[in-house]
Write a new protein. Structure first.
Length: 315
């Protein structure tokens, strides 16, 4: 150690005190460098593995979670393609409904409906049960052994009891049967909130949200874009796709790619602030876009984004 001190003193021209300080500094740096490795070596792992009993408990918990998961997300399932046959929905048990591909919670809901309201009297009544997607109902429809339309209510006999006299015509026609309401498909790009609320499950908030999103887009290019509206459950989207349409010749409101400002571009739901600034900056640096495909040269514009934006852009 004395030789090291002597060498440092001669080589650097340090005093005795400076040599001591230099060695102390070097030692401190070495300790700080080695501290993480020493700490990692000395630290004992809190958990080294699982025992067979632990693994069995974890497997049991996973099985329970998987069993209840469908009940937490009603309507978000795909009906398996099982063989169907004619059936009476008033006679099926929970297990028999499950054999048709319905989840257990929905099969139980149908039985609860029957116990509270009574047996189903016509086919369309099954489609009114909450949570049953229209696509599933349409698949079951041909096999339901019930009348196509609501049966007329039991009319009083044309003859009064015990008298043999006919009931006057005005008495028989006092309560004529109501005409069945049939919702005709309508144009989603011209519909107002009142029309949208005719679809089961859509109220004031959802109808206003659909109209607001449509106006921000400049119109729906295809009905599938309804899935982008926040808060729409799968069964509602299914009904919208059934009762609404986009005309074949419809052209949505388009943005002028060579004249639109960044603020105008970012107002569109598909264009973020960064993408809007990048589009304008590229145009200012390279001149006007010659064709719509030129925006693919902007790094932030992915192939997926370009396909979504294509109907809403023009030069």
């Amino acid at each position: 150690m004395k030789k090291i001190r002597h060498w440092i003193r001669r080589y650097f021209g340090f005093s005795q005190g400076e040599v001591n300080g230099f060695l102390l500094l070097i030692g401190t740096m070495v300790l700080l460098t080695a501290a993480p490795f020493l700490f990692h070596t000395l630290r004992k792992p809190a958990f080294t593995g699982t025992t067979p009993a632990d693994r069995q408990t974890l497997d049991s918990l996973v099985a329970q979670l998987e069993a209840v998961q469908p009940e937490k997300r009603p309507g978000r399932y795909k009906m398996p393609m099982v063989a169907l046959y004619p059936f009476n929905p008033n006679k099926l048990t929970v297990e028999e409904w499950q054999a048709f591909g319905l989840p257990k919670y929905l099969a139980q809901r149908i039985l609860n409906y029957r116990s509270k309201v009574g047996d189903l009297s016509y086919k369309a009544e099954l489609g009114r049960i909450y949570g049953l997607p229209d696509s599933v109902f349409q698949r079951l429809y041909p096999y339901i052994q019930l009348p196509e339309t609501r049966p007329a209510k039991n009319r009083r006999s044309q003859w009064t009891a015990g008298r043999g006299h006919p009931i006057p015509e005005f008495d028989r026609d006092r309560n004529p049967p109501r005409a069945k309401f049939i919702l005709a498909p309508f144009n989603i790009n011209t519909a107002d909130t009142t029309q949208l609320k005719q679809i089961r499950g859509i109220g004031s908030k959802l109808s206003a949200r659909i109209v607001k999103y449509r106006d921000g887009l400049g119109g729906f290019h295809q009905v599938a874009q309804l899935t982008e509206v926040y808060g729409l459950q799968p069964e509602i989207i299914d009904s919208l796709q059934k009762y609404t349409f986009v005309p074949d010749v419809y052209t949505p409101r388009q943005l002028h790619l060579n004249t639109a400002t960044a603020d105008e571009l970012k107002a569109h739901p598909y264009i973020s602030s960064n993408v809007a600034r990048a589009l304008v900056a590229y145009r200012e640096q390279h001149g006007h876009y010659q064709q719509l495909e030129d925006i693919r040269k902007v790094k932030l514009v992915t192939a997926e984004l370009f396909e979504k934006l294509r109907p809403y852009l023009q030069l």
